[in-house]
Ligand binder design. Sequence first.
Ligand SMILES: [Zn+2]
Length: 183
Amino acid sequence: MADPLSAIPIQELKAFPEGRDWQLDQHLEGLPSLTPVRGRVRAVHRSNVLEVEGEASTIVTLCCDRCLQTFNQALSCRNRELIWLGEASRSDGVDEDVVLESAAQLLDLEADAFTESLDPAGDFDPAHWIFEQLHLLLPVVNHCGELCPGPNLAGPGQGAAGGDAAGAGPIDPRWAALKQLAP
Ligand SMILES: [Zn+2]
């Protein structure tokens, strides 16, 4: 059974050796989406690290940077991540590198899968985790697709550049010699 989606104190996750599951079917703050974000998140407390795994999808409406028309784009993520539970472990004299490496091996992940750390006395927010995953998928440049009509600015400069080409093109050297003879 999935739990209601809300932030949970990381300490409480210790009580769930199998981890906790959350289902999503809602709009997320900061991510204006056309459809609710649907998916799931699972978090397992592993003493010095929090293993988070989940997937979600939604559709967002973006504005094309070229033609300025809006278009819909599907976002879909599936990710697994280890979050270092920092400070307490550090003060216990735990070597961060050793822990991260062994945890990564255990979970068959690259050691650089650790991109984040959380305060173990703080909360884990599954909705925020999904928000971050989806937010990373937003394109840097919005482009509506291959059928993009392009910038809707038919400026007068376009197409006129070829006007002078006939006179300014390279001259055959033989004609150049003749030209020099001309008065
Ligand atoms: Zn476009």
